[in-house]
Design a protein around this ligand. Sequence first.
Ligand code: GLN
Length: 337
Amino acid sequence: MRGRPAPAPERLAALRLRLALAKRRHTIRSLAAILARIATEMAGEIDRGTVADYIPSLARVSPAHFGIALVDAQGREYAAGEAEMPFSIQSVSKVFTLTMALRLHGDALWHRVGREPSGSAFNSIVQLESEQGIPRNPFINAGAIVVSDVVLAGADPRETIGDVLAFVRRLASDERITIDRDVAHSEAVTGFRNVALANYMKSFGNMSGDVEGALKLYFHQCALALSCRQLARAGRYLMLDGRHPDSDEQVVSPLLARRINALMLLCGHYDGSGEFAYRVGIPGKSGVGGGILAIVPGKASIAVWSPGLNERGNSRLGTLALERLAAATGWSVFEGA
Ligand code: GLN
């Protein structure tokens, strides 16, 4: 039988390379197109949720904003909408201070804060009494205030605020990131519940330093201002098994990165965490500024921002956008390969 001669190994290799390049070009084009489409769809949404109004600087923000940015495992970046506009990341900062606390103190942290979903609002105090001042997880306010106390470790709060800012800048490889002092000040003058949570935990012996210092740090970390692009970059270590892609530094071990992602999936949206996992299926951490950081392990770090919130205090359109992105890419962690 006369067939076509088998291609030489070099030709086969060249063919494979062409195919791989074509596939990569396709992914790049399609991801850019998916984000652009989502941004257009979000612009047309009528019900944008309600902007947080407990401090004037958040109440002033228009619900019309929408931005999304994505960094993939190869470092390619995609963005749509207002991805360069800084916003108040609020509780998304709890991911970064948790990372710092685990780097500093490792598993000892878990004597002071739990790892279970709370099923209650982010600022709830109810479980603290029956659970002896041990917050359910590091992402509800009580848990994050304990984490701040751990990170502070008796040092000068101003210095530690500088350390947190430097850490986030290093994660994002961006020295321009700042803390909005105005937001931090407003947080402090209206933060009666957070003051109550801190004092209540102090009464159970679960605050090692003075409550003022931990609260000062907490209010300032909430006031970190990042754009979607900066936030997506800051989250890269969580998609890369704990490795910083620019410096190659191991920010946390692969095991810890996996565990932080697990906490984000189960607790990152407070009493809306089940709903977020059901709809999106990706580890995510929200903030009342309307931002969400979402991590697809091994694939992408994504930040989305839309200031209008749903009834659980999570970005309404941010969630919807991530739901559409997960559907379009098949990136839910529950989706088979
Ligand atoms: N600064 C807010 C507070 O402590 C943060 C809460 C949030 O983003 N869910 O109330």
